[in-house]
Design a protein around this ligand. Structure first.
Ligand code: SAH
Length: 401
C-alpha cells in the first residue's frame, strides 16, 4: 500500500501555491508503511492528490515536497535530472568564479540539500532525513555532472538535530583535503577551510556584494566589521583601496585572512586586522573620531528564530547607527542581515531608525542617507516566489548625503 499523508481540511491551500512544506499540525492521518525519508503521497482531506514528498517523523516539517507531478517517479534518475537542471542554471548565470552554490535546497527542488563547489571540491550538507535517504544517488549524480574528484560532507549544521540526525563530517568521494582549498572569485584568491570553516567554509552568498565593494574601493579608506576570513577586505584591496581596517572576534578567521593577503601578494601595510568585539571597536572608533569612505557591516545571524526578533532588531539598530556615524560625507555603508526571521521591510525599518538615531546623537545635523541599491545573494541562490524562506540575505547600499 502506498505510504500516504492525508491533510486536515483546507491545509492543502499553501501547497497548492507550491509552498513545499507540510507542518505536523496540518496532518490528519497516515496510511501505509512510513519510515524516515520515505516517499509519500500527500492527499487533501477530500482525497485529492496534492504532491509527492519525503517524510520526516520527528521534524515540525513532517513532509517536504519533492514533486508536484503525480506521474513523476522518485528514483535515481529523478535526482540526476534535478541536479543537472540546477547546475545548468548556474552555468548560464554565474561567471568569474569557481566557488558556486550548485544546489540551494527547496529553491532547486531538493529540500534540505546544500551543495557548494570550491574549485574541484564539492561540499554537501544533508539537512533533512529525506535527502540523507538518497545520499548515494545524489553523490553519484554530482560526481558525474561536475567531474569533481572530491566530495566532502559537512552535515554539522545545528538544524540536523531537529530532524533527529547526528552531525556528520567526512569524505563521500576521494580523500578529505589536508589543506584549505584555493578558489578564485572575480580575480581575488581565497583559501577555504571546507572542514572547519563556517557553513561549508565560505560565504559564497556575498559574491555580488564583494564584487561591488571591489568596484567602489579605488583609493578609499575602508572599514569591514564582522570580516570573518576577510572576504570584503580582500575584495576592497583588489579594487585599489588605500587601506582596509577589518574587525572580527575570531582569531582563527583573522589568521586565515592574513594568509590570504600573502597569497594575493597584497602589501601588509594596507591592512589592519583587529581581533575584538565589534560593538566595542565601533564605540572606540567613534571616540577617536575616525571616519571612513566605506563601511561594511555583515554580522552573524542576530535572530536565529522569531523569538529573538526584538533583541536582534536592537542589535541591527546599534551597529548601523555606529556605522553611519563613522562615514565621511559622501561615504558608503553596505549593511546586511542574514537572519531569516528579519524580512527586508523589518531590516530597512531598523536601518532607517538607526539613521534617525545617528542624527539625534550627532552634532552634525546634516546626517542624511540615501538608499543607492538593495543587495542580495547571487543567481546561485535562486529565490522562488513560492518559497520566501529562501530570501534570508538582505542588504542595503547607503550613501551619506
Ligand atoms: N562578512 C563575512 C562573513 C561574516 S560572518 C564574509 O563575507 O566572509 C560573521 C562573523 O562575525 C564571524 O566571522 C564571527 O566570528 C563574527 N562575530 C560574531 N560576533 C562578533 C562580535 N561580537 N564581534 C566581532 N565579530 C563577531
Amino acid at each position: 500500500m502506498q505510504a500516504t499523508v492525508i491533510l486536515k481540511a483546507g491545509k492543502e491551500r499553501p501547497l497548492s501555491r507550491h509552498h513545499p512544506w507540510v507542518y505536523s499540525n496540518a496532518v490528519d492521518r497516515l496510511e501505509g508503511k512510513l519510515y524516515p525519508g520515505c516517499t509519500v503521497h500527500v492527499l487533501s482531506h477530500e482525497g485529492q492528490f496534492v504532491a509527492k514528498g519525503l517524510y520526516s517523523p520527528v521534524s515540525q516539517i513532517r513532509v517536504r515536497v519533492i514533486s508536484w507531478d503525480e506521474a513523476e517517479t522518485i528514483d535515481h534518475a529523478f535526482f540526476k535530472r534535478r541536479i543537472t537542471k540546477a547546475i545548468s542554471h548556474r552555468n548560464q548565470w554565474v561567471k568569474n568564479t569557481n566557488a558556486i552554490r550548485l544546489i540551494f535546497g527547496e529553491s532547486d527542488g531538493l529540500p534540505g540539500l546544500v551543495v557548494d563547489q570550491y574549485a574541484d571540491t564539492l561540499v554537501c550538507q544533508f539537512l533533512f532525513v529525506g535527502m540523507e535517504h538518497w545520499k548515494e544517488a545524489i553523490v553519484d549524480a554530482l560526481a558525474k555532472q561536475t567531474g569533481c574528484s572530491r566530495i566532502v560532507e559537512r552535515s554539522d549544521a545545528a538544524v540536523r538535530s531537529r530532524e533527529g540526525l547526528e552531525p556528520h563530517v567526512g569524505a563521500l568521494l576521494g580523500e578529505m583535503p589536508t589543506e584549505p582549498v584555493l578558489i578564485n572569485e572575480c580575480g581575488v584568491l581565497y583559501t577555504v577551510d571546507v572542514i572547519k570553516g563556517h557553513k561549508t567554509g565560505f560565504y559564497i552568498d556575498q559574491r555580488d556584494s564583494r564584487d561591488l565593494v571591489s568596484q567602489l574601493s579605488q583609493d578609499k579608506d575602508v572599514l569591514n566589521v564582522f570580516c570573518y576570513t576577510g572576504g570584503f577586505s580582500l575584495a576592497a584591496l583588489k579594487g585599489g583601496a588605500k587601506h582596509v581596517t577589518s574587525v572580527d572576534s575570531s582569531g582563527e578567521a583573522l589568521a586565515m585572512a592574513q594568509r590570504q593577503m600573502k597569497v594575493n601578494g597584497f602589501d601588509e601595510s594596507r591592512a589592519t586586522w583587529i581581533d575584538a568585539d565589534a560593538f566595542e571597536v565601533l564605540t572606540q572608533l567613534r571616540k577617536e573620531e575616525r571616519q571612513f569612505d566605506i563601511v561594511v557591516l555583515d554580522p552573524p545571524k542576530f535572530a536565529p528564530s522569531s523569538h529573538h526578533l526584538e533583541k536582534a532588531l536592537g542589535a541591527y539598530r546599534q551597529i548601523n547607527r555606529a556605522g553611519m556615524q563613522l562615514l565621511k560625507p559622501g561615504g558608503l555603508l553596505l549593511t546586511f542581515s542574514c537572519s531569516g526571521a528579519v524580512d527586508s521591510a523589518l531590516f530597512e525599518r531598523a536601518v532607517a531608525m538607526a539613521g534617525a538615531e545617528a542624527m539625534t546623537h550627532s552634532t552634525d545635523k546634516a546626517l542624511d542617507f540615501r538608499v543607492m541599491k538593495r543587495l542580495s545573494s547571487g543567481a546561485d541562490h535562486p529565490l522562488l516566489t513560492s518559497f520566501p524562506e529562501g530570501d534570508y540575505l538582505k542588504g542595503l547600499l547607503l550613501q551619506r548625503v
